[in-house]
Design a protein around this ligand. Structure first.
Ligand code: DP6
Length: 336
C-alpha cells in the first residue's frame, strides 16, 4: 500500500496547558488556548507494510528506536485498536524547525501522525475525532489540528476533551531563540512533578479556568490588548508555578528575562507586543501584523538572542495530495 502523508505546524499557547488529571487519556486539569503557526512544519508519512514484526520510525532522516519508537508505536496501537487492524507501519517524519529553535515540538509531530495514521488505517474521523486522537499522543497536539486560534476544552473524559477554532483578530508571533540546548527536564516530567509537589497547584487550576474564559471573550471581541495582557500574565504564572516544584525547575534564562523586558519597552514606545514562553528559555512575542517588523528588529539587537523569526497564524494539520512525499531532513542534503 502506498504511503499517506500529512503536514502539521506547532502551536504556541496563550493560555497554557500544564498538568493532567488523567495521564493515560491525557486529560488536562484545565482548558487552554493557542495560536497554530505557519512555520516549522512537520511532514509525516505512514505506510502499512505487510510482514513487518514491529513498527519502524525514521525521524529527521535517522532510524529511531528506544523511547521515541515506543511512544509512536503505542500511539499506532491506539489507532489500530480503533480501526480493528493489526498491520505494522513505517513512519517517516521530518521537522522543518531548526533543532535550535526549540520548536520541534511534539504538538506538530503527533498532529501530523494522527492525521496520516488515521487515514492509512482507514479511520473516518471528523475534526473533533482527529483532535481527540492527536491528544492521545501529546496534549498540545490536540490544538495543532485547528487553523489559527484553538481552544482545547479540558472535558471530563475521552469524548469531551478536544480542541476547536475560536474567532480572533489578526495576530502573529516573533520567536526569539536564546538557547538551543536540550531541556534539563522534559515538559511531561515537569508537569507530573508540578501536580505532585507544588503547593500552588489548585490556585493555578482555578486561575487558568478564569483566564481562559476571559481570553475566549477577548478573542471573540477582537480585543488584542486584553489578549496580550492575559497571554503574558498567564505565561509568568506558569513559570512561577514550575519554579514552586520540589525540587524546583526553572526554564527561563537571564536572556529570556531580557526579552520580556525589551517587550515591555516596546509597549512603552507604543508597539503592542506581549511575551510568552513554553517549557524552555525561548520567548515567543505576540504581535499584530503592523508591529512585527519593529518587534523583530528590537529583539534581534539583544546580545545573546541567536535567532529571530516572524511567523503568522497557520493551518491545522492536513493530508497532502497523493504522491507527496516527506522532504529530505534538513542538513542531510548535498548543499552544505
Ligand atoms: C508548556 O503537550 O508537550 O507547551 O501532553 O505530556 O505530551 P504532553 O505535554 P505537551 O506540553 C505542552 C506544555 C506547554 C504549554 C502548552 O503548549 O499549552
Amino acid at each position: 500500500m502506498s504511503a499517506v502523508t500529512a503536514r502539521a505546524h506547532p502551536n504556541i499557547a496563550l493560555i497554557k496547558y500544564w498538568g493532567k488529571k488523567d495521564e493515560e487519556l491525557i486529560l488536562p486539569v484545565a482548558g487552554s488556548l493557542s495560536l497554530t503557526l505557519d512555520a516549522f512544519a512537520t511532514t509525516t508519512s505512514v505506510e502499512l507494510r505487510e510482514g513487518l514484526a514491529e513498527d519502524r520510525l525514521e525521524l529527521d532522516g535517522l532510524v529511531r528506536d528506544g523511547e521515541q519508537l515506543a511512544r509512536v508505536s503505542a500511539f499506532l496501537d491506539h489507532v489500530r485498536s480503533l480501526a480493528g487492524a493489526s498491520g505494522r507501519a513505517v513512519v517517516r517524519s521530518v521537522n522543518e524547525a531548526p533543532t535550535a529553535a526549540g520548536l520541534a515540538s511534539s504538538a506538530s509531530g503527533f498532529a501530523a501522525l494522527a492525521m496520516a495514521a488515521s487515514a492509512a488505517y482507514g479511520l473516518d474521523l471528523d475534526a473533533r475525532g482527529l483532535s481527540r486522537l492527536a491528544r492521545r499522543g501529546s496534549g498540545s497536539a490536540a490544538r495543532s489540528l485547528v487553523d489559527g486560534v484553538a481552544v482545547w476544552h479540558a472535558g471530563t473524559d475521552d469524548e469531551s476533551s478536544y480542541a476547536e477554532a475560536v474567532p480572533a483578530p489578526p495576530m502573529g508571533m516573533v520567536i526569539a531563540t536564546v538557547d538551543g540546548g536540550p531541556k534539563a527536564v522534559s515538559s511531561r516530567e515537569a508537569m507530573r512533578r508540578t501536580v505532585q509537589t507544588s503547593p500552588y497547584f489548585s490556585a493555578w487550576v482555578s486561575s487558568t479556568e478564569d483566564y481562559l474564559e476571559r481570553m475566549v471573550t477577548a478573542c471573540r471581541a477582537g480585543d488584542f490588548t486584553t489578549i496580550g495582557q492575559l497571554t503574558e500574565a498567564h505565561a509568568l504564572r506558569m513559570h512561577a508555578l514550575i519554579a514552586s516544584t520540589e525540587p524546583p525547575i526553572r526554564y527561563l534564562r537571564p536572556r529570556s528575562v531580557e526579552v520580556f523586558d525589551a517587550v515591555a519597552g516596546l509597549r512603552e514606545d507604543g508597539v503592542e507586543a506581549w511575551a510568552t514562553a513554553d517549557a524552555g528559555p525561548n520567548v515567543a512575542v505576540l504581535v499584530q501584523p503592523q508591529g512585527a517588523a519593529e518587534t523583530a528588529a528590537r529583539l534581534a539587537a539583544i546580545v545573546g538572542v541567536d535567532q529571530v523569526r516572524v511567523v503568522g497564524a497557520g493551518p491545522g494539520a492536513h493530508l497532502l495530495p497523493e504522491g507527496c512525499e516527506v522532504p529530505p531532513a534538513p542538513g542531510t542534503g548535498t548543499q552544505e
